[in-house]
Each structure stands twice: as C-alpha cells, then as structure tokens.
Design a protein. Sequence first.
Length: 181
Amino acid sequence: MQLQKNLWVVAMTALAYVGLFSFNQFVFSAFNATAASGLVFLPGGLGLISVLLFVESGSLGMAIGTMLVGLGQVYTDDPITTMGSAVLSGLAPWLARALCMRFAELNEDLKGLSASCLLRMMVAYAALSALLHQLWFIARGQDGDLWSGLALHFTGHVLGALVVLYSAKLLLDRLAQPSRG
C-alpha cells in the first residue's frame, strides 16, 4: 500500500511539474531568458512544497517531471544535459530540506516550521538549485556566464516559490473558511 501511495505521489508531482512548467511558459514567456529559466519560475515553488511534504517521492517526481519537460521541450538534442538537469531538479530541494532540517532543528513532521524558517529554506533551495544547475550547464558547454545565470536562476526560483507558496496559503485559507450558505 505504501509503495502504491509513493508511486501516486511521484506521478502526480511529475504531472504537476509538467503542467506548471507549461503554465509558467504561457504566462511569463515575455520575461523568460530561456525556456528553462526566467524571472519567475513557478515549478521552483512546486519543488519546495513537494519535497517538504513528500520528501523522496516529491524529489523523484520533480526529477521525472523535469526529464519529461527537458526531453519534450528544452534540451531535445542533448539527453545527457536533460538527465543531469533532472537529477539536480530533484536533488536541490531535497538537499535544502535536509540542511534546514539539520540546522533549524525541525522535526520530520515539520513541527516548528515558521514563516522565517520556510523563507530560509526557500532561499537555500534557490541558491543550491541555481549553483548546481549553472555548474552543470557550464560543464556541459551550455552556458558560459556563471554569474548572470546564477542571478537569473536564483531570482526565478525565489519569485516562483513565493507565488506558489502564497497561492497555496490563500487556497488553504479559503478551504478552511466555513461556507456561508
């Protein structure tokens, strides 16, 4: 039963990533520097939420979703770059979670997760993702400007995570309100 639940989480996270990536491209395409990187990157928020809630299953779902998008839209001519980017997309939020769990002394059930702790985790995730991806792209000969790539990737993930996290909070607040009828 647990395996079936984990597979469901992986599949739903991957599908949500593909959908959110497509939505992100549609809404923010005028602001995007490349297909995979832009001023606002909504899938970054999904990565943080999915790994906070589902840990390894969320991480694997993010990796699979990134691979599906990469092979279908972004890096169609370079599957090695796609696979590496996919691994990093799942690894970065997992690493940020692990670091914050250790240094913020959070429980596995996220008791004690304050807004400031979540903000630190979001910044750690954005920084790790930006650094790991930019180093990977430079190693693959895809991007030669480390600093502008870091700044764009970091900003996109922070802004995307803020949009997704606050949207989720608004949705949860709405669902928690008693119906007036």
